[in-house]
Design a protein. Sequence first.
Length: 100
Amino acid sequence: KDEGREEEEEAPRGMLANKEIMQQVGMILESLQLDPTVLQTLLAGGEQEQTHIMAALEVFKEEKDLDDLRDTLARIAKRSLATQDKEESNTAIRTLEERL
Protein backbone atom coordinates (compact mmCIF):
# COMPACT_ATOMS: atom_id res chain seq x y z
CA LYS A 1 0.00 0.00 0.00
CA ASP A 2 2.94 2.34 0.54
CA GLU A 3 3.87 1.97 -3.14
CA GLY A 4 0.43 3.23 -4.14
CA ARG A 5 0.92 6.31 -2.00
CA GLU A 6 4.24 7.07 -3.65
CA GLU A 7 2.64 6.92 -7.10
CA GLU A 8 -0.18 9.22 -5.99
CA GLU A 9 2.35 11.72 -4.59
CA GLU A 10 4.43 11.70 -7.76
CA ALA A 11 1.53 12.54 -10.10
CA PRO A 12 1.06 16.11 -8.83
CA ARG A 13 4.83 16.70 -8.97
CA GLY A 14 4.83 15.47 -12.57
CA MET A 15 2.03 17.85 -13.45
CA LEU A 16 3.83 20.68 -11.68
CA ALA A 17 7.05 19.90 -13.55
CA ASN A 18 5.13 19.93 -16.84
CA LYS A 19 3.58 23.29 -15.95
CA GLU A 20 7.03 24.70 -15.18
CA ILE A 21 8.41 23.33 -18.44
CA MET A 22 5.55 24.90 -20.41
CA GLN A 23 6.17 28.24 -18.65
CA GLN A 24 9.81 28.04 -19.76
CA VAL A 25 8.71 27.09 -23.28
CA GLY A 26 6.43 30.14 -23.24
CA MET A 27 9.39 32.36 -22.35
CA ILE A 28 11.43 30.78 -25.16
CA LEU A 29 8.62 31.34 -27.65
CA GLU A 30 8.27 34.96 -26.57
CA SER A 31 12.01 35.49 -27.06
CA LEU A 32 11.85 34.27 -30.68
CA GLN A 33 10.06 37.45 -31.83
CA LEU A 34 7.36 35.44 -33.59
CA ASP A 35 4.37 37.00 -35.25
CA PRO A 36 1.91 37.92 -32.45
CA THR A 37 -0.81 35.68 -33.95
CA VAL A 38 1.60 32.74 -34.06
CA LEU A 39 2.78 33.35 -30.52
CA GLN A 40 -0.72 33.70 -29.11
CA THR A 41 -1.90 30.55 -30.89
CA LEU A 42 1.07 28.52 -29.65
CA LEU A 43 0.70 29.73 -26.08
CA ALA A 44 -3.02 28.90 -26.09
CA GLY A 45 -2.49 25.51 -27.71
CA GLY A 46 -3.57 22.25 -26.23
CA GLU A 47 -1.64 19.09 -25.48
CA GLN A 48 -1.12 18.19 -29.15
CA GLU A 49 0.36 21.61 -29.92
CA GLN A 50 2.58 21.36 -26.85
CA THR A 51 3.88 18.01 -28.09
CA HIS A 52 4.66 19.51 -31.51
CA ILE A 53 6.35 22.54 -29.94
CA MET A 54 8.53 20.33 -27.75
CA ALA A 55 9.50 18.24 -30.79
CA ALA A 56 10.39 21.39 -32.74
CA LEU A 57 12.56 22.59 -29.86
CA GLU A 58 14.30 19.21 -29.70
CA VAL A 59 15.13 19.42 -33.42
CA PHE A 60 16.39 22.99 -32.92
CA LYS A 61 18.60 21.81 -30.07
CA GLU A 62 20.32 19.44 -32.50
CA GLU A 63 20.24 21.47 -35.73
CA LYS A 64 20.60 25.06 -34.39
CA ASP A 65 18.53 26.37 -37.36
CA LEU A 66 16.52 29.31 -36.02
CA ASP A 67 14.74 30.03 -39.31
CA ASP A 68 13.58 26.40 -39.48
CA LEU A 69 12.34 26.59 -35.88
CA ARG A 70 10.34 29.75 -36.59
CA ASP A 71 8.89 28.20 -39.76
CA THR A 72 7.94 25.01 -37.93
CA LEU A 73 6.28 26.95 -35.11
CA ALA A 74 4.32 29.03 -37.64
CA ARG A 75 3.10 25.81 -39.31
CA ILE A 76 2.08 24.38 -35.93
CA ALA A 77 0.08 27.56 -35.21
CA LYS A 78 -1.50 27.55 -38.66
CA ARG A 79 -2.58 23.91 -38.24
CA SER A 80 -3.95 24.68 -34.79
CA LEU A 81 -6.00 27.58 -36.10
CA ALA A 82 -7.36 25.40 -38.89
CA THR A 83 -8.91 23.06 -36.34
CA GLN A 84 -10.83 25.85 -34.61
CA ASP A 85 -14.25 27.11 -35.60
CA LYS A 86 -14.22 27.73 -39.36
CA GLU A 87 -15.34 31.36 -39.30
CA GLU A 88 -12.85 32.35 -36.62
CA SER A 89 -9.96 30.37 -38.04
CA ASN A 90 -10.46 31.57 -41.62
CA THR A 91 -9.96 35.15 -40.48
CA ALA A 92 -7.00 34.27 -38.27
CA ILE A 93 -5.33 32.14 -40.98
CA ARG A 94 -5.69 34.96 -43.53
CA THR A 95 -4.16 37.37 -41.05
CA LEU A 96 -1.36 34.91 -40.31
CA GLU A 97 -0.65 34.28 -44.00
CA GLU A 98 -0.55 38.01 -44.70
CA ARG A 99 2.03 38.51 -41.97
CA LEU A 100 4.27 35.59 -42.95
